[in-house]
Design a protein around this ligand. Sequence first.
Ligand SMILES: Cc1cc2nc3c(=O)[nH]c(=O)nc-3n(C[C@H](O)[C@H](O)[C@H](O)COP(=O)(O)OP(=O)(O)OC[C@H]3O[C@@H](n4cnc5c(N)ncnc54)[C@H](O)[C@@H]3O)c2cc1C
Length: 390
Amino acid sequence: MARTSYDVIVLGIGGMGSAAAHQLAARGARVLGLERFDPVHDRGSSHGGSRIIRQSYFEGADYVPLLLRSYELFERLERETGRELMVLSGGLMLGTRESRTVAGSLAAADAWDLPHELLDAAEIRRRFPTLSPRADEVALWEARAGLVRPEETVRAGIERATAAGAELRFREPVTSWEALPGGAGVRVRTALGSYTAGQLVICPGAWALEQLADLGVPFTIERQIMYWFQPSGESGVEPFLPDRHPVYIWERPEDDTQIYGFPAIDGPEGGAKVAFFRRAGGECTPETIDRTVHPAEVATMAEHAGRHLPSLPGALLHAATCMYTTTPDEHFVIARHPAHEAVTVACGFSGHGFKFVPVVGEILADLALTGTTAHPVALFHPGRFAASGG
Ligand SMILES: Cc1cc2nc3c(=O)[nH]c(=O)nc-3n(C[C@H](O)[C@H](O)[C@H](O)COP(=O)(O)OP(=O)(O)OC[C@H]3O[C@@H](n4cnc5c(N)ncnc54)[C@H](O)[C@@H]3O)c2cc1C
């Protein structure tokens, strides 16, 4: 008879869940992973070829120790699987000296003594001729910034989890879960079966409201778009290749959001990816999201990108949607479930979680197996929303 009882069940084998399953199985736990879709799918939040990774974190210096550990774990995963997961092209955080993007990045770099340079507009233009900063704009340059590959990372996690003995079941959505009375663990139901475990780790991505309604976190699910343009300048894609083009995040006071982008990592015909960071107005659910990218949206992106990188927006090669699961303060939710000892949650990654995938896997394994972690996670407790009355 097939096993129905495990040490730990992981709900959702996307970014965080694949890393959690890997770390848990590597520590000897009997792990069942349940995933709604196929391995490495494009229906959630972990697809699109690239995600920015950086250390001088304008979202808060508290994230820096987690980032340093994440780099180590990405490198280890690369060695273990022989896959290229990171491309450290260097990165620029651009804006006026007072902008959150620049000032916040500088504060984190100073707090943790991270290697960086502050470039003025002339120096930015000299080093990176594709970028067109205004006279009053500066940039924090970080040589160790770059990108990670989300699909390859999830694939590597699945591979390592399976090799360590985890049982991963795809196309088997969880229909309900419950904590059993008296600290007896959890029961999880799917269309195909019913399973029990001592611990449940819930990594639901954009399905957070469906799976974690009782957590009391007012998540917003946001439709976001990624665009791949063929550079139009005289030198074509050349200046966008990763040996000479950085990742970048750019903030201008008149825009309602930053734009960010990547070098051309998919060869001369693959174009360079650019997007708006957290553009408002795209509230959706995983069921209602409009997966079509409309011509007016492409025109808006091309116009904005052209003001920052004039030679970028040539022909649009491709565009794709993706979901953010955003919390009111844009910090993550990673903790033991306040109402259930046997349940650990990881969600609300608010559009900036992928660079943390391996370290979140480590934290989730710590919390599920020992109830505590040495990593600094106080910032991520869901109780912060209850305390403020919402
Ligand atoms: C356009 C875009 C750009 C981004 N850029 C960056 C970036 O540059 N840098 C960065 O660090 N981060 C970035 N992010 C954020 C990052 O990608 C996400 O924070 C991260 O992928 C979230 O991982 P997750 O595991 O929470 O979600 P997912 O990877 O979506 O995993 C959740 C999984 O749970 C499964 N699931 C849900 N419900 C069930 C159920 N009932 N039963 C079984 N399975 C279920 C889903 O199918 C899915 O596979 C970006 C996100 C987007 C969308």
